[in-house]
Design a protein around this ligand. Sequence first.
Ligand code: THU
Length: 145
Amino acid sequence: MEEMSNDDRQLMLSAIAQLEKAYAPYSQFHVGAAARLLNGEIFVGSNQENASYPLCMCGERVALYNAAANKPEIPIESLAITIKNQKSIIDKPVSPCGACRQVISEYEFRHNHKIRILLKSDGDEVYELDSVADILPLGFNGSFL
Ligand code: THU
């Protein structure tokens, strides 16, 4: 965390602040996310669960859809993601599920702009990825349609 730029630390702190807003009564696994747009604006999200389990929505997608619904014309530049497992300490950064990787990929494709991804769990270590392509190789996108 100490090695991050002020802007990135601020973004991660925005994601961390979302952890307590998560609605995760079934998994007790809280996810906070914060998307920063090219103009510097930040849109946040947290996971939202449902008694009908398949309806649960990941924190990453809540943040991305929040950003895209509010500022559809501005590319998303960075996405910070953090987690808090209420049942155990997780030191290693947790990376987004496959569905969220596909959604991140969609917004990269939409604006032809890579989205940096910052990952942090309980430990101080932060992983930084240049693009979702690093964790979604050979991805499917609109160029094939
Ligand atoms: N979850 C996320 O919010 N993001 C992920 O990338 C993986 C899983 C949420 C969904 C559910 O509320 C809880 O974590 C446990 O799967």
